[in-house]
Design a binder for this molecule. Structure first.
Ligand SMILES: [Mg+2]
Length: 112
């Protein structure tokens, strides 16, 4: 779990360097997607190797980058991460009721 202290540390890192001025929502969205691509790259050409075990070090770094981008974007856009994640889980619970979605990977539009 991310602690408030950790979120403040990410924001302090930015503010100590006066980087807030460069963090427009557009550029943060670009950065978030680039970091997500770096995360994806860890698994590129990995064949049937779908485990995290041998990729743990790189995975830790890229997942941290993705989360840091989320923290920065939420701050710039005035969003509370805990609140928006909870809102989304509530929406998804309606889209994917347990009785229809349990053990089923189908998209909600395909659940019958
Ligand atoms: Mg990265």
């Amino acid at each position: 779990m991310l602690k408030d202290e950790t979120i403040r540390r990410v924001l302090k890192f930015r503010d100590d360097r006066d980087w807030r001025q460069f963090h427009t929502p557009k550029d943060l969205a670009i950065s978030l997607n680039l970091e997500a691509a770096e995360l994806l790259e860890i698994f590129q050409w990995s064949g049937a190797d779908l485990e995290c075990r041998d990729k743990a070090d790189k995975l830790r770094e890229e997942l941290a980058d993705v989360l840091s981008c989320c923290i920065l974007m939420a701050d710039v856009c005035g969003l509370d991460l805990d609140e928006i994640v909870n809102e989304k889980v509530t929406k998804n619970a309606v889209k994917y009721p347990v009785e229809k979605a349990r053990g089923n990977a189908a998209k909600y539009t395909e659940l019958h």
